[in-house]
Design a protein around this ligand. Structure first.
Ligand code: ADP
Ligand code: ZN
Length: 429
């Protein structure tokens, strides 16, 4: 817990302003990329007098980060960097995040907050099933657990059998992994004849990929725990940017370190609280690879005001999707999470699905493959076609989208130990 989570609004703004006014000249002096960018925008650090002036500063994009790969955004000599992580590179060349001791301390602090917000203390045993390595999930949760003196088991992702054995034998009280892997663990436990409710597990901290309220309920029921949404990205720090408190009503942004703005992704204009748009983040206190107004491509909105938990930090809504994950099917914009919500309103299907997009005679087609549950699969009088049509019409009325729905056998969709693959785009554009 940190007093910065409870600051009055003016005090928070004063702290953010002080940090911004320290950051801008530092970037101008130390990072050629930012100096050039500011010069192109005809702005110098002397023009930035207050927090409100932040909107005069240029954005940073993922492409910028790729252009200056690998070390072009370093604001300190390489000798001061203690750790390097990169994004998975699924959407192109990897982006690099370099951490100084200061940055690793911040990471531990914000991930410590994330776990503490859900109730984790030094008495807890955290089974950390995020992958260790370049992916930030593993180390981030590890540092957070250490920061609040919890017991951390660095089991990493995968090896499901061993995960279950550890959950039983070590009395793990907290689980950290992707939400899709949590679902998979619950399923594997049932298959092994184990009752997850007999485990000591109390809460889980799930993020790194999109998931829905429906999936939250599945996980909470399946594992008998409270499931918290946690958010972050490699470029900013990894996990630890924002997370839910026990209210489970929006994620508190660690805005003393990560200053959030919402913009219209098409025009770059700032949007007011409550309006959905692209999240932009400035790292106020990082020293290794600090970023100015980084465009996350993630879609959400912000809410201010004191939360019933007492924290005053701004909250961001569960992600609606990301601008580059948005499918445009015959002109209709859809995010996988919207489809997931509709699917999970049907009790006879499982939260394992894939969206297959292709194009025939220059028309986009979307097929939604979703697993039926065991009960439906073994039901003799099942009427699969009837159910498929019902899901199709629910999708059509919720999303104004015609998609073909295909029920597939249990286990037909490939499982992932990390981020699930939801979209298979076969269109050749
Ligand atoms: P990448 O997947 O681009 O290689 P990261 O591993 O850093 O890089 O992933 C960060 C991205 O993961 C975020 O920008 C966001 O789109 C997604 N993400 C992270 N946490 C969540 C969450 N709780 N809900 C939905 N999406 C999330
Ligand atoms: Zn709260």
């Amino acid at each position: 817990m940190s007093e910065n989570e409870y600051l009055a609004r003016e005090k928070m703004r004063a702290l953010q302003q002080e940090r911004l006014l320290n950051l801008v000249p530092r970037l101008y002096e130390k990072v050629a990329f930012y100096r050039k960018r500011m010069q192109e925008h005809r702005i110098s650090p002397a023009d930035i007098h207050s927090l409100n002036d932040i909107t005069r500063l240029p954005f940073t994009t993922k492409d910028d980060m790729r252009e200056v790969y690998p070390y072009g955004l370093l604001a300190v000599p390489l000798a001061e960097i203690e750790e390097i992580h990169t994004s998975s590179g699924t959407t192109g060349k990897v982006v690099v995040a370099a951490y100084t001791r200061n940055d690793l301390n911040i990471w531990g602090e914000v991930m410590g907050r994330t776990l503490a917000m859900g109730g984790v203390t030094e008495k807890d045993v955290v089974q950390n099933a995020y992958g260790y390595g370049l992916f930030t999930g593993g180390m981030g949760a590890h540092y957070g657990g250490q920061h609040i003196h919890a017991t951390v088991i660095p089991i990493s992702g995968g090896n499901t059998r061993r995960q279950l054995t550890f959950l039983q034998d070590f009395g793990s009280t907290a689980l950290t992994c992707t939400p899709s892997y949590a679902i998979y663990l619950a399923e594997a436990a049932r298959e092994a004849g184990l009752d997850p409710k007999s485990f000591s597990l109390k809460y889980g901290f799930f993020g790194a990929e999109p998931w829905s309220e429906g999936m939250r309920q599945e996980i909470e029921r399946g594992l008998g725990i409270k499931a918290y949404d946690i958010y972050g990205l490699t470029e900013i720090i990894g996990p630890g940017v924002a997370s839910e408190c026990t209210e489970q009503n929006g994620m508190h942004v660690n805005e003393d370190h990560f200053y959030p703005e919402i913009i219209n992704p098409d025009t770059g204009e700032a949007l007011p609280d409550g309006e959905k748009g692209e999240l932009v983040i400035t790292t106020l206190s990082k020293t290794g690879t600090p970023l100015l107004r980084y465009r996350t491509r993630d879609i959400t909105y912000l809410t201010r005001g004191t939360c019933p938990c007492g924290r005053t930090t701004v909250r961001m809504h569960r992600l609606f999707g990301r601008t580059d994950d948005m499918l445009i099917i015959r002109g209709v914009n859809v995010f996988p999470s919207q489809i997931e919500e509709v699917l999970l309103s049907f009790k006879m299907v499982e939260p394992h699905y894939q969206l297959i997009v292709d194009r025939k005679d220059s028309l986009d087609r979307l097929e939604v493959q979703v697993e039926m549950n065991e009960a439906l699969f073994s039901d003799e009088v099942r009427n699969l076609e009837g159910i498929e049509r019902r899901i199709e019409s629910a999708l059509a009325s919720a999303l104004l989208l015609h998609a073909r729905v295909r029920l597939v056998e249990p286990k037909a969709i490939p499982r992932s130990e990390g981020k699930a693959v939801r979209i298979v785009d076969k269109r050749v554009l």
